[in-house]
Each structure stands twice: as structure tokens, then as C-alpha cells.
Design a binder for this molecule. Structure first.
Ligand SMILES: C[S@@+](CC[C@H](N)C(=O)[O-])C[C@H]1O[C@@H](n2cnc3c(N)ncnc32)[C@H](O)[C@@H]1O
Length: 346
């Protein structure tokens, strides 16, 4: 596996753990949607009798291992891209004997690697899907880790007693760090988790604050399934204020680098969103709404000026020289308030 991965700067113990752990044990079946002709999609199922199964398993890529509503449906669980797993485990800095909880057991592969770093008895991994925890437990046992604890639960609940964990890692995404996660980690302990479209590494201080940098790598994890999505936010109606020029062009919304700071300033779970080919409408639960048009105009109304907020994020990002994720930091207080900052690239 390591031969296929980007390994620059990764701790040797993490790479050794990847060398020791066989990914194929954890992914006996996965599916992939393939565009066979423009607009025509086919689902391929990979099992050990497929000639490409082993090669696909040991390629540095995401493998979708569970789906909703049959094999053609949206992903429910997956094995993360190994290079991204390695970057997250490198940041987590696990030492033998440390107590570790993983939110998002999935296939169990990451828990198997954590077990190599911390010791089998010290690792607990949880997943909200009962079938997923059953197969993860089976795979971990087959891989020689019968003492890793696999729990079927909602990972947004307190994962351990307050201040009891040395490390917490999440492999499903949030756009706000659940207070339960921060509270579970002891002072001096660490959390590594996907936030927005990045991964943040937080160290907890003696007052229960978490603080730390984002990793450079982009990350698009499936979300923690209890996080409210945009569907739950009632549409307040079309914006009513006069049409105005907009300092946030519609195509900037699709700029991946800019979407990272936008995600920090306007978390996706707070936003309703409707995409049309030549317009984008966003709204929040307090009745604010804005529509950006492809011709560079917008209309907005409500207590928040959402188009202006987007334009301000863009202005700060551009004037700071478009800082990458690794130039951003996050601080959270025990009440769960998030403060982000960035240092412009030198
Ligand atoms: C990317 S997969 C995890 C990959 C896994 N670490 C591995 O090595 O295979 C994300 C997992 O998060 C789980 N998940 C989503 N919401 C959750 C929640 N509220 N609590 C616990 N697990 C959750 C999903 O069921 C899914 O299995």
C-alpha cells in the first residue's frame, strides 16, 4: 500500500503500520460508479473474483463499501484515500499505550492501523450503521485485532468520559466540532477531524479549549449523519431587495480554494442552497436569503447580507494571497464557539 501512497513527511511509525496492515482484508466488496459514455453511468462491483479487485484495493483511492438503496445509491460508508488517512494519523501522533477513539469505523481499516500504533486494547471505533459495525468487527478480528472495541452508536454522543482520551480522530465530516468530542479529550490530548473541506488538528489546553492548524490536504468526507443539512432549513422566499452589482461572482462559488474559507465562515449545515445553471440561492434559518446571478448581479434580503458576507470572505482571501488550508487555524472554547484565523503565506 505504501508504494502507492504520497508519503513525504509522514512519521515512520505510521508508514510501518500501513506496511503491516493488509487493506484487502477490510474491503472484500466495494462499488464504483463509472461514466461509460457521456451521461451514462454504470455501477461496477468489485469482489475477490474480479480480475481488477486486488489492484484497485492497493491503489491510493477511496473505495465505497456500503450504499443506500442498493448498489446504485449514494455512499453510506467507504475506505478513505490511504494518503489522506496517513496524513491524519501523522497529525494525530499516536504513541503506544494511548487511549484512542475513532468516530466512523467504516471498514475498520483505519482502526486496524490505529491498533498497530496504540495497541489493540486502547482503540475504540464507533459507527452509526449497525451493519457497518458488524463487518468492521469481523474484519478487525480476521486482521488479528479481536481486542479493538467496535461500538454501534451515534458518534455525536459523548464518546468517552470527560477528559479521558489521549486522542480522538473522526473520519466523517462536520462543520462544527461537537462539544462532546472536545470535552472527551484530556488537556494536552489531540483531536484530528474533517471540518468543512479540510482537516484540522486541535490540541486541548488545561481550560478545555482546542486550538491548532489545518492540514494542507483537501478533504471531502461523508458527513456525520446527525449534522442538520440544508434540507432542514425552511426557504424564506425569494430575496426582495433591489438587484445590485455583486462582488462575489457566481463562478467564484465553484473555486475549491475559496470554498474552504467560505465553509469556515458560513458552515454548510447552516445554509440552504439551490443551484441553477445561471444562479445560486443561499439562505439561513433567520430568514436571510441571497441569489447570485451569472451576470455579476445579486439580490439579497433579511437580517444577514449573505452575498456581502461571501464577498467579504473572498476579498480577505484574495488580499491575503489565497492562503492554503495549512495557513488557517481554528480555536474552539469549551462552549463550542469557533474562531478561525489565517496567516498570509510568506
Ligand atoms: C469514510 S467512512 C469511515 C472510514 C473508516 N474510518 C475506514 O477506515 O474504513 C465514514 C463513516 O462514518 C460513519 N458515520 C456517519 N455518521 C456517523 C455518526 N453520527 N456516528 C458514527 N459514525 C458515523 C458512516 O456510517 C461511515 O461508515
Amino acid at each position: 500500500m505504501v508504494d502507492a501512497m504520497t508519503t513525504e513527511g509522514i512519521r515512520p511509525d505510521v508508514l510501518d503500520a500501513f506496511r503491516a496492515e493488509s487493506r484487502h482484508v477490510y474491503v472484500p466488496r466495494f462499488v464504483r460508479r463509472i461514466e461509460t459514455a457521456p451521461g451514462t453511468w454504470e455501477t461496477r462491483v468489485f469482489t475477490p473474483d474480479h480480475p481488477d479487485w486486488a489492484r484497485e484495493v492497493y491503489t491510493d483511492q477511496l473505495l465505497v463499501t456500503a450504499t443506500m438503496f442498493g448498489d446504485d445509491g449514494p455512499p453510506l460508508s467507504s475506505s478513505t484515500v490511504p494518503s489522506l488517512m496517513a496524513a491524519m494519523l501523522d497529525a494525530l501522533a499516536v504513541e503506544p499505550g494511548m487511549s484512542v477513539v475513532e468516530i466512523g469505523a467504516g471498514t475498520g481499516y483505519n482502526a486496524g492501523i490505529l491498533a498497530r500504533l496504540a495497541g489493540d486494547d486502547n482503540v475504540t471505533t464507533v459507527d452509526i450503521e449497525p451493519d457497518v459495525t458488524t463487518t468492521a468487527r469481523r474484519a478487525l478480528t480476521a486482521a488479528g485485532h479481536p481486542h479493538v472495541t467496535v461500538v454501534h452508536t451515534d458518534g455525536s454522543r459523548p464518546p468517552a468520559a470527560p477528559r479521558s482520551l489521549d486522542r480522538l480522530i473522526a473520519t466523517c465530516g462536520v462543520d462544527r466540532v461537537p462539544r462532546t468530542w472536545l470535552a472527551a479529550v484530556r488537556p494536552g490530548g489531540r483531536l484530528v477531524l474533517p471540518l468543512g473541506t479540510g482537516v484540522v488538528c486541535l490540541t486541548v489546553d488545561e481550560h478545555g479549549h482546542g486550538e491548532g492548524p489545518f492540514l494542507a490536504m483537501p478533504a471531502y468526507f461523508m458527513g456525520l449523519r446527525t449534522t442538520a443539512g440544508s434540507n432542514g432549513i425552511p426557504y424564506p422566499g425569494d430575496p426582495t431587495d433591489p438587484l445590485e452589482p455583486c462582488a462575489m461572482p457566481l463562478d467564484a462559488w465553484h473555486d475549491d480554494a475559496l470554498r474552504f474559507p467560505i465553509g469556515l465562515a458560513l458552515p454548510a449545515s447552516d445554509l440552504g442552497q439551490r443551484d441553477l445553471p445561471d444562479a445560486l440561492t443561499l439562505w439561513t434559518g433567520d430568514g436571510s436569503v441571497a441569489t447570485l446571478h451569472a451576470d455579476g448581479t445579486c439580490r439579497q434580503s433579511g437580517p444577514r447580507r449573505l452575498a456581502d458576507e461571501l464577498a467579504n470572505v473572498r476579498r480577505d482571501f484574495e488580499s491575503a494571497g489565497r492562503p492554503g488550508r495549512e495557513h488557517h487555524r481554528l480555536r474552539i472554547d469549551p462552549q463550542g464557539r469557533h474562531t478561525t484565523s489565517f496567516t498570509p503565506p510568506a
